[in-house]
Design a protein around this ligand. Structure first.
Ligand code: MN
Length: 344
């Protein structure tokens, strides 16, 4: 566990405040740790860092540059805050009104924009973690054909995939999606206690590696795909390749969305039903927001995005999703799972 002084310095050079008080994934942005620290309050000043943990917390009691307080009561924390007279910033987006009120701060300032700006541009170290998470997901995706037996249900396949991760004490970034047949036409489908049906089989999974997330979707075909089904798959893949070619520093995310959406209307005869992709990092949906019609983002070197065009129709759903990082002239893929349609 180590304070990232460089990030602290950057924050205070951008924000006109004396202190920052957070209790969300940003704690892991300023304190690098293999543990998830998002449940603990972190009080930061330019030259001071105090982490407030519960008595039961597995967080160690000593760390370089960080004062760790194992709280005996909430009062202890509040009386610490009462003594702070300077301007304090909070991340309004992660606090309930009730919590905010209980802190009894005079005029707190919202730090969300600055935190978002910092986190939108990833350092090599962060990209490295996302890449490892992507690699683990890729290996898991490649196991799918051998995990399916004659009577495997959606719920079983989902549990098997999650088990493969959790048995190694690795966290999942979200509940996996395993959807077959018509069920695959629902973007955020639930998995049922129902035998995997012939047709498209959509798998969406995410891993957390040292607090950084991955997000990968692949669509398999159970049985033999018809020519039309192959065509649909190929068109989604074509959209994905087109999107990846279009993502460059300086481009507007909303314009890329519009361009690919226009193509989707032309070749798939339908509009994109969700964003073309989102920022990913300490959260699955991270900064920047990503490729949506109303996005204000301008693509920057160091942004990390998912790219996930999809088709949803009566034939089922096809989604092909990977994570990319924006380099100075184009993008680089962070994983290399097979992209062609695999029949099982
Ligand atoms: Mn995604």
């Amino acid at each position: 566990m180590k304070l990232n002084k460089n990030r602290v310095k950057k924050f205070f050079s951008m924000a006109n405040v004396d202190a920052l008080l957070i209790r969300d994934e940003n704690v892991n942005y300023f304190i690098e740790s293999n543990k998830d620290l998002s449940e603990n309050w972190l009080f930061l000043k330019e030259n001071k860092a105090v982490l407030f943990c519960s008595q039961l917390s597995p967080v160690e009691t000593k760390a370089k540059g960080i004062e760790i307080v194992k709280l005996k009561s909430k009062k202890e924390f509040l009386s610490f805050l009462d003594k702070e007279k300077g301007k304090i910033a909070l991340n309004f987006s992660s606090l309930t009104l009730n919590t905010k009120k209980k802190l009894r701060l005079k005029r707190p300032i919202n730090a969300e924009k600055i935190l978002g700006k910092l986190r939108a541009v990833k350092e090599e170290k962060e990209i490295g973690r996302i890449k490892i998470a992507q690699k683990i997901a890729e290996r898991l995706i490649n196991k799918v054909p051998q995990l399916i037996e004659r009577n495997t249900t959606e719920a079983e396949l989902k549990a098997l995939l999650e088990f493969e991760v959790k048995r190694k004490a690795i966290d999942t970034a979200f509940e996996f999606i395993v959807a077959s047949g018509r069920n695959s036409s629902i973007p955020h489908a639930l998995s049922f206690n129902k035998k995997i049906r012939n047709g498209f089989l959509l798998i969406d999974l995410g891993i957390k590696w040292k607090n950084y997330c991955s997000d990968t979707s692949r669509t398999f075909f159970v049985g033999k795909a018809t020519r039309k089904e192959r065509e649909i798959y190929k068109k989604v893949l074509k959209l994905k390749e087109l999107a990846e070619e279009n993502i460059r520093p300086g481009e507007k995310a909303a314009e890329i969305f519009e361009r690919i959406n226009k193509e989707a209307k032309k070749i798939l005869k339908q509009e994109l039903k969700h964003g073309l992709g989102h920022g990913i990092g300490l959260r699955v949906h991270d900064y920047p927001v990503g490729f949506l019609a109303d996005s204000k983002d301008v693509i920057m070197k160091g942004n990390v995005f998912t790219v996930e065009p999809a088709y949803y129709g009566k034939e089922g759903g096809v989604r092909i999703e990977d994570v990319i990082v924006v380099k100075s002239r184009k993008i680089k893929k962070l994983s290399n799972a097979p992209r062609e349609l695999i029949e099982i």
